[in-house]
Design a protein around this ligand. Sequence first.
Ligand SMILES: Nc1ccn([C@@H]2O[C@H](COP(=O)(O)OP(=O)(O)OP(=O)(O)O)[C@@H](O)[C@H]2O)c(=O)n1
Ligand SMILES: [Mg+2]
Length: 436
Amino acid sequence: MLRCLDPWRRQLLSCSWSRLCLLKHSVFTMKLQSPEFQSLFTEGLKSLTELFAKENHELRIAGGAVRDLLSGVKPQDVDFATTATPAQMKELFQSVGIRMINNKGEKHGTITARLHEENFEITTLRIDVATDGRHAEVEFTTDWQKDAERRDLTINSMFLGFDGTLFDYFNGYEDLKNKKVRFVGQAKQRIQEDYLRILRYFRFYGKIVDMPGDHDPETLEAIAENAKGLAGISGERIWVELKKILTGNHVNHLIHLIYELDVAPYIGLPANTSLEEFNKVSKNVEGFSPKPMTLLTSLFKVQDDVTKLDLRLKISKEEKNLGLFIVKNRKDLIKAVDSSEPLKPYQDFIIDSREADVTARVCELLKYQGEHGLLKQLQQWSIPPFPVSGHDIRKVGVSSGKEIGVLLQQLREQWKKSGYQLEKDELLSYIKKTYS
Ligand SMILES: Nc1ccn([C@@H]2O[C@H](COP(=O)(O)OP(=O)(O)OP(=O)(O)O)[C@@H](O)[C@H]2O)c(=O)n1
Ligand SMILES: [Mg+2]
């Protein structure tokens, strides 16, 4: 029943508001009791919370997971924050024989413990004492607000206790409800601590804002002034964020902003592109779950633009091939006009191709071109097998391998012309006349 309601109404119904009280630093607390929150309480989490409580270490859910829970969404991954230092956590886990894995995060305060076949990533509260725009040198603290202060956006700066108490130092919950994406404190400072946050701002804008267009001028100024900082961020990290922007809402508005604020050249996108093709394609793909690369390709004029993107962002081979394929074929591989079989050129292309994932690529091309009817048809089509083999032709009396190859090709063309209808005997009858 609650599922039919909009997430905010559901939230209001499922949160039993404790008395709204003003704590130090203007923290409002409320109690969250939603089904998504309850579903987190696995055997592993129950043991973990008991363990920390016994040692009087504070432990809370942190950051993105709190944002998701307050939006009525079950988080994909849950990060935990604690007042215990990494050394205290290690001692605690060792004392009860709990396995810890992947100790790489320890320098930054993160310990990963495995309980009841589940991994729990727990990070000590910290202050970033020095940052270089990518990495941070950290100092541990027991002050929750200090940890919230070093986070990027207000909606990502909250903590949630296991009794459902929300710890919200920067009005993140209000911003989430009002669908506002704001940096914690000064946008400029937060961005200079980690330039990737420019893209995170765009990503969360696409995630939570209803109507695009409204931005805090100070934020846009800070982004424009610091865009070049993205030049020092690894391609892999940029690609992760950019893909999320491309698959989120308001992508047209956000890509325009990325160009207006001169962010594009620092993230591998062609500098002086016209956004005309992009405007058209972003409408074409709307509602059809395109691959990020499909939409991105509309910013590219030539195949070299895909190569440049790959050099900067280290995209996967599959993504690169999709980009190259669309740039190469978008103008020539088009529907058959004045024909009862408009899909035929695409089907022939697939039949002629030797590559395994060609159908998926052609589907992306159809999305790009806005050919939604043809896309549906192609998705329901299964590639018919060509019914004649070299062995069949040999049986007719042809022995030269070269000749068999030529005949096979000719029969294939006949078969394609027939709309893949001709059967083996009918096809072989063409050559039987000559060879018998
Ligand atoms: N550049 C960054 C990356 C992360 N964070 C903080 O670390 C938390 C966890 O980061 P991450 O898991 O990367 O992002 P999420 O916000 O959780 O988003 P997602 O749902 O995509 O995981 C964020 O919520 C935010 O508080 C930050 O301040 N600055
Ligand atoms: Mg996360």
